[in-house]
Ligand binder design. Structure first.
Ligand SMILES: Nc1ncnc2c1ncn2[C@@H]1O[C@H](COP(=O)(O)O)[C@@H](O)[C@H]1OP(=O)(O)O
Ligand SMILES: [Mg+2]
Length: 424
């Protein structure tokens, strides 16, 4: 039987909680002990629209508790906790996505499964970080908040989220607890921080690439830590990314095992391991120095990226290979391990980039030896709150050899676009 708890940051002081194993706790038990509920709700979209997903071994949050490679780093405990949190969230997302793909009861327009997984992922990450990292106060900048779940009519979905989270916790077995509905709502709202230039802030996208998630394609759970305005740690869980290179596959699985966890700590390099807990291995960006031999990543969704601009940049560089289009920050991970050479992101005018869409991915790439900048070659600034405020037009990432010619091509392509007559 698990302890039923509410997550309350106002109450995260010195209480103890029956748990197995007993890490340091910042949770307060609710008085009632309840048996864990079972979550077997059918969530679905049009199955025919989605590629089939095989049943896989659940991802092992427990296995992520091994001593981290960055053991000497001041962020070693945070890295271990972040990996564990992301692996557990990935497990929940995988459960929801498999049910989504397997059932054909609901229409694709029903956003419920995505919502359930977004919230569920954010709750689990918040919970694990609070359980495992006890130093300092807790601040998290995350995509979701509980406003909609507190509205009349949301009782059923809140119950489903609660069941799903508690079932995931019970299956994993690392924490012998279950959350009450109030605990669920508080855990979501622990992501309301505004971030900023001072102190430490976790940065979370609970499901990056929701469109890919619904399609049965790529998505990522992206978690980073900011310290004094700089990204110092990043973990990217990519449940559908093959463990081997996706070169020339256009993001599709080669039939190999999928489920990849990328991680990086400042000054300690970047690593990859399987989401079910294989030992981490160092990764580095590719060493291609002639753009003719390079390939480039961009969004799967045309609406997220100005393909006329990325096509023009590729042409100017002399890139021969067709674009590799995949959803989410899985692109940063794939770039960091050398699956491709360049990442181009040029959202349509008016789109404001959020810090959770780039914090984890960018440190994975830079610690793998790459460079990530805006279109003018400036470093990304994560210290300005929830958005990347001073961003110049787009974001590019590549290795050190290709960056100068890439930035030159970017400037030329943008200039040409701005000079082109308006279609109106
Ligand atoms: N109109 C848009 N333009 C660019 N990016 C968008 C837009 N709408 C949502 N996004 C976000 O872009 C990211 C997906 O990037 P990509 O296109 O590279 O796969 C996601 O973070 C997604 O949000 P979300 O996290 O809610 O899915
Ligand atoms: Mg996102």
């Amino acid at each position: 039987m698990a302890a039923r708890v509410g997550l309350s940051h106002a109450l995260l002081a010195s209480s103890s909680l029956a748990r197995n194993p007993p890490p340091r706790a910042r949770l307060l038990p609710y008085p009632t002990l309840l048996p864990l509920p079972t979550y077997r709700r059918s969530v679905s979209a049009s199955a025919s629209a989605l590629p089939s997903l095989r049943r896989r071994r659940p991802f092992a949050a427990r296995a992520m508790s091994q001593p981290p490679e960055a053991a000497g780093s001041p962020y070693a405990a945070e890295l271990a906790a972040a990996k564990k949190a992301v692996a557990l969230a990935a497990r929940l997302c995988q459960t929801v996505q498999q049910e989504l793909v397997q059932s054909d009861v609901q229409s694709k327009a029903d956003k419920t499964p995505v919502t359930v997984a977004d919230y569920g992922s954010q709750i689990l990450v918040s919970l694990v970080l609070n359980m495992e990292v006890t130093s300092g106060s807790f601040s998290m900048v995350a995509e979701e908040d509980s406003e909609d779940l507190r509205k009349e009519g949301a009782e059923e979905i809140l119950e489903h989220i609660t069941d799903l989270v508690n079932e995931t916790l019970a299956e994993d077995g690392s924490f012998n607890i279950s959350l009450s509905q109030e605990g669920i709502l508080s855990a979501i709202d622990s992501g309301k921080s505004e971030g900023g230039p001072s102190g430490r802030h976790w940065v979370l996208d609970p499901i990056d690439g929701t469109k890919g998630f619904v399609r049965g394609g790529q998505y990522a759970i992206a978690l980073a830590l900011l310290d004094e305005g700089k990204v110092v740690l990043g973990v990217l869980g990519c449940p559908n990314l093959p463990l081997t290179s996706i070169c020339n596959l256009n993001g599709n699985s080669s039939g190999d095992q999928t489920g990849v966890l990328f991680s990086a700590t400042i000054g300690c390099g970047a690593e990859v391991q399987s989401l079910d807990g294989s030992p981490p291995q160092k990764i580095s960006v590719c060493s291609i120095d002639n753009p003719v031999n390079a390939s480039f990543f961009e969004s799967y969704e045309g609406a997220h990226n100005m393909r006329d601009v990325t096509g023009s940049i590729a042409e100017k560089l002399g890139v021969q290979a067709p674009p590799v289009r995949i959803d989410s920050q899985a692109k940063y991970g794939a770039l960091a391990r050398g699956d491709g050479a360049i990442y181009l992101r040029f959202p349509h005018k008016g789109y404001k980039e959020k810090i959770w869409d780039h914090a984890a991915g960018s440190i994975v790439v830079t610690e793998a030896g790459g460079i990530v900048t805006d279109a003018s070659g400036k470093d990304l600034d994560f210290s300005k709150g929830r958005c990347l405020d001073d961003l110049d037009t787009g974001i590019v990432a590549t290795n050190k050899q290709l960056m100068p010619s890439l930035l030159k091509a970017v400037q030329e392509a943008i200039k040409e676009k701005n000079q082109a007559p308006s279609p109106l």
